[in-house]
Design a binder for this molecule. Sequence first.
Ligand SMILES: Cc1cn([C@H]2C[C@H](O)[C@@H](COP(=O)(O)OP(=O)(O)O)O2)c(=O)[nH]c1=O
Length: 210
Amino acid sequence: MVIEGLDGAGKRTLADALTGALNDAGASVTSIAFPRYGESVHADLVKEALHRGHGDLADSVYGMAMLYALDRRGAADEIRARLGDHDVVLLDRYVASNAAYGAARLHQGADGEFVRWLKELEIDRFGLPVPVAHLLLRVTADVAADRAQRRAETDAARARDSFETDDALQKRCSVVYDELAATGWLAPWHVLDGVAGVDTPALATSLLRT
Ligand SMILES: Cc1cn([C@H]2C[C@H](O)[C@@H](COP(=O)(O)OP(=O)(O)O)O2)c(=O)[nH]c1=O
């Protein structure tokens, strides 16, 4: 099960609350956040590139997407193992993040060449597990930007990167996420209102029923 949304949407908070609610409902839950900073060299390279390291690497949409994809490829066996001994594997960002951000950077839609290429790479070629559901934590790009900025002011480890400071990119990304959700890309999408707040016990119950 995958949580998706813009930078600053509140995915981590939702992941924590949903884990508690699923546990309360009797389900065992394990979670992984992508990119796996500090665990995978590909993820660390991503972070460095997003903070202007490695020359013009971050300018390449396909190059960056490849690094994110290789981080996940390295986690595929771990995901499969955890699926074997937990009821729910909760992923904070997954293949759809790559789809939304890459397509948005290229000014493409969810039906464009980039998303097609990405599915072939990550799902068909790398054999990554296909999610059973996406939870899209939806907030406007303005709300997300405010939250990401406030987070950066209070937590030095979360200084905004080159994607987060690009308001136009976040807005286009929001549109691609809506398209991915509307077309049910890879799996059904549940759209959650990240401004009003999410009733996590009710969400946990309904997810466990499906
Ligand atoms: C996982 C993933 C993230 N991204 C983007 C979304 C974010 O803007 C950025 C960093 O991911 P994020 O999870 O937001 O990390 P941080 O803790 O640094 O905020 O990478 C992709 O473009 N593709 C991916 O596959």
